[in-house]
Design a protein. Sequence first.
Length: 285
Amino acid sequence: MSAAALCQMDVAAHYAADPVAASKLAARASFDCAKAQTPLEKAICSDISLGYADIVLSRVSSGLLKNSDQTDKATFVPSERQWLQKVPAKCGLLAPPFSANSLTCTRNEFEFRFTALDSCQESITDCLRDVDTPTAAPSVPSPRASFDCDAPPSALEIAICSDAELGQLDIQLAQAYRDAKRIMVDAQQKDLIESERQWLRFVNGACPLAIVGGIPSVFERSCLRAAFQARIVQLQTCPQKREERVSCLNDFHVLENKQSAQSRKSFDAPELPALPQFAPCLRLR
């Protein structure tokens, strides 16, 4: 949030100093789209969301390189090159026009990559050992979430649509909810519906949803993923518990395996306003 806020301040100062800049189009990718030659470059420049994902990945990669020693740099550069070479074949980017599935697959690959690199707390060499494994970045062509990501109305839905892995968890959560509802009778379904409303309020309060434009921070995305994973387990197990069903469904926590007072905290947060988009800062993080 603070990084995005600083970005907005920088943009405002730049526009104040140069009013003509406000009429200029924001960059569509991390490179000059007028010089795009390869199928991957043309695909990136053909889709604004994929272009932003490319810019974010470029920022994350540049940041890692800047703060790495020569050994890590020698590992990272060929890894990045090999990964880029594999994406077109994996997502079917042969030549334009590109299918919606191919573009979504490519965007997911970029988001899985920058999420993994942005989460890196060790040396690049150690992180790449996990990132470059075949299961580290699975390709999920479509859909991106259980709802339409073209116009997400809330901060939570924008965060879900900004992270491929989180979007897939949202799909799993929606299916777990439908399965739970099917095995519960009418009176129990009311308890389930109310529990889901309370859980959504809990998530909005427990995870630091940004109130300014931009791709959610790695901490925010991690918090949401943990909350969704815990909720999926709840929806899969609580309906079978007759006497403890309601208390089980309403035992909200972020981490499933740490049911302490801190992780189970009860939260009655007000509804948060929708997250406004701010295109120049979307590519900051």
